[in-house]
Design a binder for this molecule. Sequence first.
Ligand SMILES: Cc1cc2nc3c(=O)[nH]c(=O)nc-3n(C[C@H](O)[C@H](O)[C@H](O)COP(=O)(O)OP(=O)(O)OC[C@H]3O[C@@H](n4cnc5c(N)ncnc54)[C@H](O)[C@@H]3O)c2cc1C
Length: 437
Amino acid sequence: MISTTDTAIIGAGPYGLSISAHLSDIGVPHQVLGEPMFAWRNFMPPGMLMRSEAFASDLYAPRAGYRLEDYSRRMHLPYAPIGMRLPLERFIEYGLWFQSQLVGHVRPVEVTELRRQDGCFRLSLSDGSCLIARRAVVALGLKGFEYMPAVLQGLPSPGVVHSGVFGSLSWARGKRIVIVGGGQSALGLAALFNELGAHVRVLIRGDTITWNKDPDVGRSLISRMLSPEGGLAQGWYPYVLSEFPYLFRAAGQRLRRRIAETSFGPSGAWWLRDRVVGKVELSMNTSVEHVSVHKSGVVLQVTGGDGPATVTGDHVVAATGFRVDVAKHAFLSPEIIQALSLVDGWPELSGHFESAVPGLYITGPAAAMSFGPALRFVYGAKYAAPCIARHIRLRHAAEGGSRAFQPQGAPQVLAEGGADAQLHPPPAFQGVKSPAE
Ligand SMILES: Cc1cc2nc3c(=O)[nH]c(=O)nc-3n(C[C@H](O)[C@H](O)[C@H](O)COP(=O)(O)OP(=O)(O)OC[C@H]3O[C@@H](n4cnc5c(N)ncnc54)[C@H](O)[C@@H]3O)c2cc1C
């Protein structure tokens, strides 16, 4: 079956859902592809607390009433913008509620191929169907970008696993877990594994752990002026990076790279310190030199302040972060990857998140080299969603709206949308007339 739409949004996480809410509001037909909040439901451990403050953990709607604060009030749940330990589960429920209110129909399919055809995009979907769209937005979060240092590469799972690929941790009870890394993922997992009854050792390359400062709740106006609260952290520098991603983009490529590489490096959230320090074994100044997997466990040869040592565990967790390389999205056709002209895996994006392939937008963490560190977090959707939606709306209107869209090979009856989200308007948009038509 072939259907058509104006815009295909690939990904139904905070970015995809926020963009859909904006497109619905301005009447651009679109489809959202992917499982709603999939990464949060499947690849993050239950019991995890969000690293971002509650006020920076919103999905973004074009109208008031859909922030995490609004959801919490409706559900009679406690809420504080700063200093609240926001559980993952609440964030997921909030994201699904946002979807039900503002997005409605999401097609829970994977895109298996995206290629250009006759000036449009042709998307092959995992349910065997095909979608033709004028535009596509790639909002896939960190999927496929897990980074393993060379010494940990190619080793069999579950002996060696990356921190970004598991949800429930119950399998670890009573096991010896060696975590490699010193950032939020490593420290957060160390706390959770330890509290589950695993024996945890964390191997950290640096000589110290950077802990984020305890939140300053109830600051005076002067204090807030001197050091404003940005979505990423407190202070003027993080504030500018959080609130004005277009300024980051205006900087030259070299400066952007330097900022991206040196800002917001590995650190642990303030609420983790008491759950980690003195509770799990932390080995500083440690470098992993060799790893081998045996029936009896995983053996790591490490060097450190005390000289070479052997560390043994049942499992090694590589909490070694993510590196964006858009070419790793296997569903992108070779022609599209070629046309993207990636620099070290990063796409160069216009001020509207449009890539070098006209009509193909890329957002979320993959846009962080163009728009700065805010895009690595949910907070970046505050800027990205309205920016992308506005640009698509202009293009949609300039092309004569949906009626002019008649791609070759698509059946006439489906030319107005097929399974378009617009045929299933979400509750908040029922009765809203499209200004674009
Ligand atoms: C352990 C961990 C903790 C984090 N904690 C925080 C935090 O506290 N605060 C914060 O702001 N950020 C946090 N982040 C970063 C955050 O995950 C990303 O910034 C955010 O997920 C980006 O959202 P997204 O909408 O781009 O993608 P995601 O939320 O990752 O959603 C990706 C979507 O793509 C879909 N998809 C994947 N492949 C396909 C395909 N082939 N076809 C169609 N759909 C597909 C999935 O079904 C899913 O719907 C954390 C990351 C990790 C790994």
